[in-house]
Design a protein around this ligand. Structure first.
Ligand SMILES: C[S@@+](CC[C@H](N)C(=O)[O-])C[C@H]1O[C@@H](n2cnc3c(N)ncnc32)[C@H](O)[C@@H]1O
Length: 281
């Protein structure tokens, strides 16, 4: 991504989480009282302007993917915390608001993000009167040009204690080198640590109609200055995670079944492109 500009894709994701709060039926998949306020007067009108798009199947599916991946991450985090994890590292945090909803008194949250995106988020929090909790530490890092381990250590992250890591909506934007060095850091964490991320399948692995949807999304993120550059098939991802135990790699059918089965609205994931994976150290 461009060095000096906050992530546009982070804004698009946050708008979809906010649209979920505003327009989808109860019970929400991701109940996030900060999702709307964080956008404030600057960005909320954009959601209202694009409201007409919200029921288009492709848009519904993207929104479903984004709220389900956050919910899945937070469900696994709850399991990790129950087993004694006290550190949560959000890689490429964007406008994620978990730190502001953190229900675990013993859990410290480290938000890692590209410096320009992180500063933009912090400005938005100030502008919209959202307090920064004492249990949150910001760690500005460009994964392509800085050492994540050194920046985390400088921010007070304790490498001798287990941690749960989430990379939501981040993997496709990384180079293979940055992805692998991040995964090695997680694999070297103490037993009990875990990771959750979502990833996309390569175009060549998709059926024809999904290739068209892939092309359209790729063109949009390219225009936003954040081109996709990293894809995996499930077997390639399994190989990347070979140092971890208990991997769980879920596609649309399993995620729909787990989180969206008995909804009154049409919120559901479609296609085979997007997948969510978790694994443990
Ligand atoms: C699509 S957004 C997802 C944001 C957030 N995880 C969410 O789900 O709302 C991608 C995020 O990855 C971050 N990112 C992309 N490339 C990065 C890099 N090289 N170093 C640090 N962060 C990066 C962006 O700043 C942005 O916050």
């Amino acid at each position: 991504m461009e060095a000096a500009r906050p992530s546009r894709t982070a804004l698009r994701v946050a708008m979809r989480r906010a649209a979920h709060q505003l327009y989808d039926a109860e019970p929400l998949v991701l109940n996030d009282p900060f999702a709307v306020p964080i956008l404030g007067r600057e960005y909320l009108p954009e959601i209202e302007r694009t409201q007409f798009k919200r029921n288009k199947p492709h848009s519904v599916s993207l929104r479903a993917h984004m709220v389900v991946r956050s919910r899945y991450a937070e469900d696994l985090l709850a399991q990790a915390v129950a087993r004694g994890v006290t550190q949560y590292v959000l890689l490429g945090a964007g406008l994620d608001t978990f730190a502001h909803r953190n229900p675990y008194p013993q859990l410290h949250v480290f938000e890692v993000d590209h410096p320009a995106t992180q500063q933009w988020k912090r400005d938005l929090l100030v502008a919209n009167n959202i307090a920064v909790p004492a249990s949150l530490t910001y760690v500005p890092v460009d994964f392509e040009h800085q050492q994540l381990a050194a920046q985390l250590a400088a921010a007070g992250f304790d490498t001798t204690r287990p941690a749960f890591f989430a990379g939501l909506g981040v993997v496709p934007y990384l180079t293979s080198a940055a992805f692998r060095s991040t995964l090695s850091l997680i694999a070297a964490s103490p037993e009990g640590s875990g990771v959750v991320m979502d990833y996309g399948q390569p175009r060549s692995a998709l059926p024809f109609l999904e290739q068209l949807a892939h092309d359209s999304l790729s063109a949009r993120v390219q225009l936003a200055g954040e081109p996709f550059q990293l894809f995996f098939t499930p077997s390639e991802m399994a190989a990347e995670l070979s140092d971890f135990r208990d991997p769980e790699d879920l596609g649309a059918p399993q995620l729909n079944q787990r989180y969206l089965a008995s909804r009154k609205d049409n919120l559901k994931l479609m296609g085979s492109a997007g997948r969510i994976v978790s694994a443990w150290v």
